[in-house]
Structure formats: structure tokens, C-alpha cells
Design a protein around this ligand. Structure first.
Ligand code: SAH
Length: 352
């Protein structure tokens, strides 16, 4: 089997069908490409899940509006800043602020002010991940100092997207990604792997859409059914072959040589203690330790089996350094910005 791009939809389909006894070769090709284009450095982006208050009812998500079992919280700015100030000493160059979705102008203003504070008091890059917002809100946050934005398109099959997201359309989400690119914010997106109703073609198309969007960062991870959602009991379609999560990751790398690809937390939920390390050896080059204060971690359960819910920010920061050392990788220095994918958001965009 040879691994030379550029690849087509057909090539993606074929690579995703790599039989078990050839997957080692596929992983090695993805790892070699990661090493050649992104180097040995692993950038560490600490994530703070600062609020689980959410106006949306995405069918798969544990913090969806209708889940009455969730104790809702929003951290105040001082508590967030206490964590943020310690991040440089943990060798973390980026803070990712993530939350549920709200349309409140008061929240938008508060978040912009928080970004300003972080930029004034530290040299950290700031990524926000708080869902669909109007263009002028993104522009305001950019003016406050936001460097990057993370918004997964989740699933490129329009009908399936709309079944899963009663409050949102795929077009609206792609429009948000386009605005962010126009505003010259570094753009991250991605998808869940193995959603019920997804086909092999959807998965191949998800990977192609990432390339068409010329993303700076691509986060993907297995779908994990949450018991307090309507998807309780629906198995991931790769339940009996979870290695497929790594196959998807490796193929994603082959199609997107210069994107930052995190080893996402959900890999550890499926492969406890090893998932993220394996992801780093099969195409990924970014690690996102959980910096959320321990007292609220159990309230941000997007899916069951999320690791480290009994730990504190500093513990995850130390653990990631040990994990990288064990697989012979260096910690990235500096903010780990995009390696130069600055082309306009191309291809299917909103007219798709
Ligand atoms: N409100 C923000 C943050 C969402 S949480 C936004 O919409 O962008 C971050 C990611 O967690 C989501 O994009 C989704 O891909 C993932 N996620 C949510 N529920 C999940 C589940 N049950 N299994 C796997 N991943 C899930």
C-alpha cells in the first residue's frame, strides 16, 4: 500500500477500509507525515470548561438543555484567572475556554473582557469554543485578543446533522466558520466518529470537508452515548471495532498534513490511560489537558467515562508532561499557532 496524496473521496473510502493486519502501516504513514510536517513537538493547550449552562438541546450531549440532572455552573473571572496565571509554569502556551451555548449579550461582553484580561496579564494564545454566534460577536472577541476559535461541524451529512441538532443547521455552522476565517481568526473544527446513522461515506466526507475548509486545527473523537440523553443505549457504530477511531485519525492526518490535530479526551474514555498517547503516535500533535477546577469537573460530563474528573488542574498539567516523556515527544514552545494555512475558506462553504 502506498500513501501519497493528494487524495480523493474514493481514496478516503478505501483507506478507511484498511484491514486490521495493515493498520500498522497506515498508522506509521500518518505518524511519519506528522513528524515531517509538524515535528516532534506536542503543543499543550489547557482547557477550562468555564460553564455548562446551555440553551441548545443537541441529542448526544450530556449538558444539553433538557438534561435536568445537571447542576449548572459558571465560574467567575477571578477563579478562571487563578488557573490561567499558572499555565505558563505548566508549559502551556494556549488557554482554551469552552462552555455550553448562550445567546446572552451580557455573557458575550463578559467573555470579551476576560479575553482582554488574559492577553494583558499573560502571553498565552486564547482559543474560544462557545458555539454559534453572530459575526459581530466574533469580531468583538477578535478585537479583545481572541486568537482562535473551535467549532466542530460534527457531521457533514446535512440530514443527520439536523436530526442531532434541533437548534442549528449545518449551513449556519459552516457560515460561522466562514466568518471566523474572514475575521482572520485561526479556525478549528472537526467531527464525531461513529455516530449512529453515519455511513462510511459520511465519515470519508467528513475528512474531505476538513480539507476543503483548510482548517488550522481539527479535533475529532469517538461519539460516546450518554445515559441522560435521547441517545442512551445507541451504540457507536464502531463499538465492535474501536480501532476504527485511530484509522479515522490516521486518514485525517494523511489528508491534512499541516493542521494541528489534538489527541482528544474522548480517545481516553474509550481506551483508558492510553488513548491519547496512541493518538499522538497515529497522527495527532496536540494535547489538551483539563484545567477545569476539580469542584465542577463532574458537572461538565459531555459523555460518560470522561477521564480525570476527580483531579485538579495542576495534576493534569503534570500528568501530560510525564505522558509525553514516556513516548519520547517534546513539549512545544510558544503558542503553537497555525503553521500557515491562511487560504480563504474554500469549497462548499454555506452553499453546500
Ligand atoms: N458548545 C460548544 C462546545 C461543545 S462541547 C460548541 O458547540 O462548540 C465540545 C465537543 O464535545 C462537541 O463539539 C462534540 O463534538 C463533543 N461531544 C459532545 N457530546 C459528545 C458525546 N456524547 N460523545 C462524544 N463527543 C461529544
Amino acid at each position: 500500500m502506498t500513501f501519497t496524496g493528494p487524495y480523493s473521496l474514493d481514496a478516503a473510502r478505501q483507506l478507511l477500509r484498511t484491514p486490521s493486519d495493515s493498520r500498522g502501516e497506515l498508522y506509521a504513514a500518518a505518524d511519519a507525515l506528522r513528524a515531517a510536517r509538524m515535528g516532534a513537538e506536542v503543543h499543550i493547550r489547557g482547557i477550562i470548561e468555564y460553564s455548562n449552562i446551555c440553551a441548545n438541546d443537541c441529542l448526544y450531549c450530556g449538558i444539553r438543555r433538557s438534561n435536568a440532572n445537571v447542576r449548572r455552573y459558571r465560574l467567575d473571572a477571578d477563579e478562571i484567572m487563578d488557573v490561567v496565571r499558572r499555565m505558563p509554569s505548566w508549559q502551556q502556551g494556549t488557554v482554551v475556554l469552552q462552555s455550553g451555548e448562550t445567546t446572552s449579550p451580557e455573557h458575550d461582553a463578559w467573555l470579551g473582557e476576560l479575553v482582554r484580561r488574559i492577553k494583558a496579564e499573560t502571553r498565552l494564545a486564547v482559543t474560544l469554543s462557545v458555539g454559534n454566534r453572530p459575526r459581530d460577536v466574533y469580531a468583538f472577541w477578535r478585537d479583545c485578543g481572541m486568537d482562535r476559535y473551535l467549532l466542530r461541524f460534527e457531521c457533514s451529512d446535512r440530514a443527520l446533522f439536523e436530526r442531532l441538532h434541533p437548534d442549528c443547521t449545518l449551513d449556519a455552522r459552516l457560515q460561522c466558520l466562514r466568518w471566523l476565517r474572514e475575521l482572520e481568526v485561526q479556525v478549528g473544527s472537526g467531527f464525531m466518529i461513529g455516530l449512529p446513522g453515519e455511513s462510511d461515506d459520511t465519515l470519508a466526507d467528513n475528512i474531505l470537508l476538513c480539507r476543503e475548509l483548510a482548517l488550522d486545527m481539527i479535533g475529532i473523537g469517538p461519539f460516546i452515548p450518554h445515559p441522560d440523553t435521547p441517545m442512551d443505549g445507541q451504540r457507536n457504530r464502531f463499538h465492535d471495532d474501536p480501532e476504527m477511531f485511530f484509522v479515522a485519525l490516521a486518514v485525517l492526518r494523511l489528508f491534512n498534513p499541516r493542521a494541528h490535530i489534538p489527541a482528544t479526551t474522548a480517545f481516553d474514555a474509550v481506551f483508558p490511560g492510553t488513548g491519547r498517547d496512541l493518538a499522538l503516535q497515529r497522527g495527532a500533535n496536540v494535547f489538551m489537558p483539563n484545567n477545569t477546577p476539580g469542584r465542577v469537573r463532574r458537572d461538565y460530563l459531555l459523555y460518560p467515562g470522561k477521564p480525570c474528573v476527580d483531579e485538579e488542574s495542576g495534576q493534569c498539567a503534570a500528568c501530560v508532561l510525564a505522558r509525553l516523556g514516556a513516548i519520547g515527544r517534546r513539549v512545544g514552545s510558544g503558542p503553537g499557532h497555525s503553521v500557515g494555512l491562511r487560504s480563504p475558506l474554500a469549497g462548499r462553504g454555506v452553499s453546500r
